[in-house]
Design a protein around this ligand. Structure first.
Ligand code: HEC
Ligand code: HEC
Ligand code: HEC
Ligand code: HEC
Ligand code: HEC
Ligand code: HEC
Ligand code: HEC
Ligand code: HEC
Length: 509
């Protein structure tokens, strides 16, 4: 078996390079390094600049990686009138200067105004685009790993179900390690009946596959093992990717999150890793490699953990055949693209999600064949943690079409694909408030507009919030979510309300 596995890995490489499957493979198989189709690219992201943030946080992130396709102004603006958390990055704690720290976000929690003597009006201080003016990082601890979520070890909040959270009660074996127990690296009895991989590692170790091609440290800029993120990430070694988060630089007691210092035997080292890489998450990382759906055990080797028998051997090296992987079943789905990241409340909107593992086959206990198809639902979770499960209107292994119902309230939502206990990576969906004018009445230049969804007004010439009549801006005297009053030099025929999300017009009576 061992020999046949090795040859099948090599043959897979030949096969893959010569066929259409190359579209899903960024690196050549066999590993190392592994392909980079799932999860965050295996990189180190230190000393990021605004442009790096925008590589991921923009409406068209690079294809194939689960980053956030949000329209960022909306995502920030939907926080207006919501509660400010204790560790907030808002630059202005007391925007109106009344000596009381605000508890709800308002425009000036984040923006400042500057007087422009030429236009004789207030304008937004233009310094509101550099992420790092507000969001903090240290040299090695990234913005993400300095959050309250990371401190609380809620790693899944951003990384999704490719990993487990420490302390969530998932299964970690306690029996004595054996010859088939995987090691993080350096397993002395790893299988040496076949040649080592290009990095000099034998099977039975995580770094048999997860490593740089030559086993040397990752090198920024050299582009030795490129990922979809180009210059800001190439593939690094496992200690570099994990230490590079800066999690333990902030607090050295956190070394114990990943290393059990009380257990000197390296045969037990994997057990500390299992705090996040539990048996059930590891055994559900799989992929479709032949375009006919995900069938664990019948896929090409080298693309995942349970695609082929030889993948088992990569971790459990030094063994014969293992028949089935306990706790495997609902392959972990990943979303890599969304046809729209913003929809408006008040109307049904259809969005299309691209990704992988949205469906997969599981073993039929009666026939032994992999002929039971399991499918994902789409879950929307609001900021308060309330979840809504939506059934897709259509689904394939790599595409979901889903209707976001008109009744969903405006706000930022986490959107995930969920298949039984396996929930994938979170994407952000912003639902913007519906704006609608029910009446516009003008009396001698005093305009009153009634309706809903007017939001908040900020008195600055470029704030994006204004009321106009026949194109002329009015002097706002009062503005609430449902009524606006403004003064003009006379009455016109069409009134328009502009909010940070949208605008609406109506005839003036
Ligand atoms: C490799 C891609 C990537 C890069 C680079 C990146 N982000 Fe993120 N960021 C994500 C993902 C994925 C999430 C989690 C999902 C989400 O909230 O959209 C996230 C979440 C966040 C959050 C929300 C944190 C929370 O508590 O929920 C903030 C704030 C943030 N990023 C800011 C930044 C800033 C600032 C930078 C640049 C210094 C940056 N990001 C660079 C991918 C990235
Ligand atoms: C939580 C912080 C936050 C709050 C609160 C906030 N903004 Fe913003 N706003 C931002 C950030 C950050 C950007 C820039 C995002 C970017 O460049 O991608 C932005 C961008 C803008 C822009 C430029 C829009 C564009 O398309 O580039 C305008 C105008 C604006 N904000 C007005 C407002 C008004 C009016 C309010 C109150 C109703 C408000 N903001 C509340 C953070 C905030
Ligand atoms: C003017 C200050 C400011 C700037 C500039 C800014 N942000 Fe923010 N951002 C905030 C605040 C405030 C929050 C709310 C969380 C908090 O209070 O810490 C926030 C929240 C976020 C969130 C999470 C929103 C949610 O779902 O709750 C993301 C993602 C994010 N910012 C990314 C970015 C990125 C990327 C940039 C740069 C392109 C950026 N921000 C620029 C102030 C800012
Ligand atoms: C707020 C969102 C967020 C949280 C919470 C979070 N991460 Fe991350 N993580 C990211 C993003 C985005 C990246 C890539 C950019 C970066 O490093 O900041 C990343 C990168 C990583 C990487 C390197 C990339 C890779 O694939 O190897 C590791 C390892 C990692 N995180 C571990 C953790 C651990 C452990 C926790 C929990 C203690 C955690 N993260 C919590 C968002 C998050
Ligand atoms: C037989 C080769 C092989 C071995 C051995 C292996 N992996 Fe993987 N692993 C893969 C492949 C291939 C992927 C899919 C990578 C992709 O598409 O991004 C993967 C994906 C992952 C992911 C999903 C997130 C990511 O960053 O890609 C995690 C987490 C992971 N492996 C952890 C481990 C751990 C922990 C070990 C050791 C116990 C290990 N792996 C051993 C091949 C392997
Ligand atoms: C988020 C998880 C994580 C944290 C936190 C962490 N490590 Fe590691 N560490 C790893 C991984 C993964 C490896 C690679 C293991 C392997 O391949 O054998 C590693 C490897 C090591 C190694 C051997 C390789 C090397 O880099 O020399 C040492 C020593 C080490 N860690 C010490 C520490 C110390 C000390 C701390 C606290 C300051 C710490 N680690 C915090 C995940 C972590
Ligand atoms: C506290 C949680 C945590 C612990 C403990 C942990 N990891 Fe990870 N690990 C992560 C996260 C988060 C990722 C990134 C997943 C993604 O790509 O989104 C990751 C990714 C990986 C990957 C995939 C390659 C990569 O860098 O993305 C490997 C291999 C891996 N870890 C090995 C280990 C080993 C070995 C240990 C024990 C020494 C360990 N991890 C301990 C959280 C953890
Ligand atoms: C990414 C590495 C990895 C891959 C690939 C992998 N496993 Fe595992 N498996 C583990 C780890 C880690 C454990 C827990 C070992 C321990 O702590 O003793 C485990 C445990 C097991 C166990 C014992 C479960 C128990 O109840 O304690 C069996 C049986 C098993 N794996 C079978 C398989 C089979 C079959 C495959 C291939 C279809 C496979 N594994 C692929 C990492 C892996």
């Amino acid at each position: 078996m061992k020999k046949s596995i090795f040859t099948s890995i090599t043959m897979a490489a030949v096969f893959i390079i010569g066929t259409a499957i190359s579209s899903i493979s960024m690196a050549a198989v066999p590993a190392p390094p592994v392909v980079q189709n799932q999860g965050i690219p295996d990189g180190v992201f230190n000393n990021l600049q605004e442009a790096d943030c925008r590589t991921c946080h923009n409406q068209n992130p690079p294809p194939g990686i689960p980053v956030d396709p949000t329209y960022l102004p909306n995502r920030h603006h939907l926080l207006v009138d919501t509660t400010i958390p204790p560790d907030s990055d808002r630059p202005n704690p007391d925007p109106d200067g009344d000596g009381v720290v605000n508890t709800l976000y308002e425009c000036l929690s984040c923006h400042s105004l500057v007087w422009n003597p030429n236009t004789f009006s207030y304008e937004l201080d233009p310094n509101f685009r550099d992420c790092l003016v507000c969001h903090q990082q240290t040299a090695e601890a990234t913005v993400h790993h300095l959050t309250a979520l990371a401190a609380a070890q809620d790693c899944k909040a951003c990384h999704g179900g490719l990993i487990d959270n420490p302390n969530d009660g998932h299964y970690i074996p306690t029996y004595q390690p054996s010859l088939v127990t995987p090691w993080p690296s350096g397993k002395p009895n790893g299988d040496d009946t076949v040649p080592a991989n290009s990095a000099g590692t034998f099977a039975g170790n995580c770094n048999f596959c997860h490593n740089t091609a030559d086993g040397a440290g990752g090198a920024p800029g050299l582009n030795q093992e490129p990922t979809q993120l180009g210059s800001i990430a190439s593939v690094y070694q496992n200690h570099e990717t994990h230490h590079g988060t800066g999690l333990a630089i902030v607090d050295s007691s956190r070394c114990a999150w990943c290393h059990d210092v009380s257990q000197p035997s390296p045969a037990y080292a994997i057990r500390a890793c299992e705090a996040c890489h539990g048996v059930s998450s590891l055994h559900n990382i799989t992929a479709d490699t032949d375009g006919n759906g995900v069938t664990p055990g019948a896929e090409l080797p080298g693309y995942s953990h349970t695609g082929a028998q030889s993948d088992c051997w990569g971790c459990h090296g030094n063994n014969g055949v293992i028949m089935s992987a306990p706790m495997s079943g609902p392959a972990i789905p990943s979303i890599a693209s969304m046809s729209g990241s913003t929809v408006a409340a008040g109307a049904d909107s259809t969005i299309t999600l691209g990704g992988m593992n949205f469906t997969n086959y599981i073993r039929n206990p009666w026939t032994g064949a992999f002929d039971i198809l399991v499918s994902s639902s789409v879950q929307l979770t609001d900021a308060a943690g309330n979840a809504t499960l939506l059934s897709p209107s259509s689904i394939t292994e790599d595409t979901i079409e889903v209707v976001i119902p008109a009744a969903m309230a405006a706000g930022n939502y986490n959107l995930t694909a969920k298949k039984g206990p396996s929930e994938g990576n979170p994407m952000n969906l912003t639902i913007t408030p519906e704006i609608s004018i029910s009446s516009a009445v003008c009396d001698g230049g005093a305009l009153t507009v009634s309706g809903s969804g007017f939001g908040t007004h900020l008195d600055a010439s470029d704030s994006g919030t204004s009321v106009t009549m026949d194109g002329q801006a009015g002097d706002v005297t009062s503005w609430s979510d449902t009524q606006i009053q403004a003064g003009f030099t006379g009455c016109g025929s069409t009134a328009t309300v502009n909010t940070v999300y949208d605008s609406d017009s109506a005839s003036v009576n």
